[in-house]
Design a protein around this ligand. Structure first.
Ligand SMILES: *Cc1c(COP(=O)(O)O)cnc(C)c1O
Length: 369
C-alpha cells in the first residue's frame, strides 16, 4: 500500500480560507460541505453522514449507541477475521468480543456461525458487528432482520468498503438504518490522513451519534448521553473533499488492477465478491496448500515486492483477544494460514502488476502441479 492522500501543498487557497474563517473544527463549514457531498456522491443522496476523526472512534460511538438501545453490557458478535480495531472498539464501548467463523468463499462472517452463537448466547448479545471483508458487500437485509427478531444492535464495520457497489449498482450501505462505518485512513482506498465516516439512513440515530461525538452534548450543551471527542478537523474535511473529487478515477483504476490480478493468476483462489465491485486497498488471495508463506514473502521481497498477510494472525490468535469466547473457527484458520496480500496503489501500472504476478507465479513454480 502506498498512501496517496490529496496534496495539501496544492490546496493553499483552501487552507487560507480556513485560517481566515477562524473555524478549525466542531462541525465547521468545510465539514458540513464534506458530509453533504459524501451523501450525494457516495450514498445516492440517501440518509446522512457524520464525519469522525477515525473509523475506530466511529465504531466505538456506534457500538455504544447500538448497545444503549438494548442492554449496555454483553457481547459484541464479530468475525475473528478482521482488524484489531473492530474488537478494540467493542471493548471501549463496554462490550465483550465474541468471535464467529467466516464464509469459506466471501470471507465475510458465516451466517451459520453467527446463528450458532446467537442461539448459544441468547439474551447476552448486545450488538452484532459484521465486517465487509476487504471491502466486500454484505447481505444487509439479514442484519436488519436479526436486529428486529433478536432485539440486538447492529453496527457494520465497512472500513474498507467506500466505493463498493451492490449487484444492482447502488452503493453498499446507502440508506441503511443502522450505523455503517467507513475509514478514510491514509492506507485505505479513500485515502486522507486520518478520518472516518458514519453513514446512516435513520436521522434520529445520526443525531444521537453526532451528539455522542461531541461529548454527549445536547443543544444546551448539557450532557445527556455517553460521549467523547470524535470530531474531524476542518483540514481533515478539506482532505476528504479533495479525495472525493478524484475518487471516481481511483476506483476505476483499482477496479482494472483487481481484474488484471484475477486474470493473470488463474491458479490462485480469490475472494468471492458479494456485489458488483470492490475498490481494493491491496489484493488478497489464497496460496495453495501446503503452506509456505514465509518463503514466498522472502522471495518476493528479494525482487523488490512487499507483500503482507492481513489478517493473520486473526483476532482470536492475538494474546489480548484470545481469552474472549469464540465459535469453532475452522474456515478462519484455513484462510488466515493461506492468505497473501499483494500490492495495489493509485500509482501502480498494469506493467508493475504484470511483474508482481509473474514473480509470484515463478516463485510458486511446481506447487500447482
Ligand atoms: C482500517 C480499519 C479500521 C480502522 O480504521 P481507522 O480509520 O484507521 O481507525 C477498522 N476496521 C477495519 C476492518 C479496518 O480495516
Amino acid at each position: 500500500m502506498r498512501p496517496s492522500p490529496p496534496r495539501l501543498s496544492r490546496l493553499v487557497a483552501e487552507l487560507k480560507a480556513i485560517e481566515e474563517s477562524g473555524v478549525f473544527t466542531n462541525f465547521g463549514p468545510v465539514n458540513a460541505r464534506l458530509e453533504q457531498s459524501l451523501t450525494e456522491k457516495l450514498f445516492g443522496g440517501k440518509g446522512g453522514c457524520l464525519t469522525v476523526n477515525n473509523a475506530t472512534t466511529g465504531l466505538m460511538l456506534a457500538i455504544r449507541e447500538a448497545a444503549l438501545e438494548r442492554k449496555s453490557e454483553g457481547y459484541a458478535l464479530m468475525p475473528s477475521f478482521t482488524f484489531a480495531a473492530t474488537a478494540h472498539a467493542a471493548v471501549w464501548a463496554g462490550l465483550t468480543p465474541l468471535f464467529c467463523d467466516i464464509d469459506p468463499l466471501t470471507w465475510n462472517s458465516s451466517a451459520e456461525s453467527e446463528d450458532l452463537l446467537l442461539e448459544t448466547f441468547k439474551g447476552d448479545i448486545a450488538c452484532i458487528v459484521p465486517y465487509g471483508c476487504f471491502g466486500n458487500a454484505l447481505d444487509l437485509n439479514r442484519y436488519q432482520r436479526l436486529a428486529r427478531e433478536q432485539q440486538i444492535g447492529v453496527v457494520i464495520d465497512a472500513a474498507a468498503s467506500l466505493g463498493t457497489l451492490n449487484s444492482d449498482g447502488t452503493a453498499f450501505g446507502e440508506g441503511f438504518p443502522h450505523a455503517i462505518v467507513y475509514s478514510m485512513h491514509a492506507t485505505k482506498t479513500f485515502s486522507t490522513f486520518e478520518g472516518g465516516i458514519v453513514h446512516c439512513g435513520d436521522e434520529a440515530r445520526l443525531d444521537r451519534l453526532r451528539s455522542m461525538a461531541n461529548f454527549g452534548f445536547n443543544v444546551e450543551r448539557e450532557t445527556k448521553m455517553p460521549g467523547l471527542n470524535a470530531k474531524l478537523s476542518e483540514i481533515g474535511a478539506l482532505l476528504g473533499l479533495a479525495k472525493l473529487e478524484e475518487f471516481d478515477s481511483v476506483s476505476a483504476h483499482r477496479g482494472q488492477l483487481a481484474d488484471a490480478y484475477r486474470r493473470q493468476l488463474p491458479n490462485f483462489t480469490f475472494q468471492k465478491m458479494v456485489g458488483r465491485r470492490i475498490v481494493y486497498q491491496f489484493m488478497p488471495l489464497l496460496l495453495p496448500a501446503p503452506r509456505r508463506r514465509h518463503q514466498v514473502l522472502d522471495q518476493l521481497s528479494k525482487v523488490g515486492i512487499e507483500a503482507r498477510h492481513y489478517f493473520s494472525p486473526h483476532l482470536h490468535e492475538h494474546p489480548y483477544f484470545s481469552s474472549f469466547p469464540a465459535a469453532p473457527l475452522t474456515e478462519t484458520k484455513r484462510v488466515a494460514e493461506q492468505v497473501l496480500s499483494l500490492p495495489m496503489s493509485d500509482q501502480m501500472t498494469l506493467s508493475d502488476l504484470g511483474f508482481v504476478a509473474q514473480s509470484l507465479k515463478s516463485i510458486m513454480g511446481d506447487d500447482f502441479e
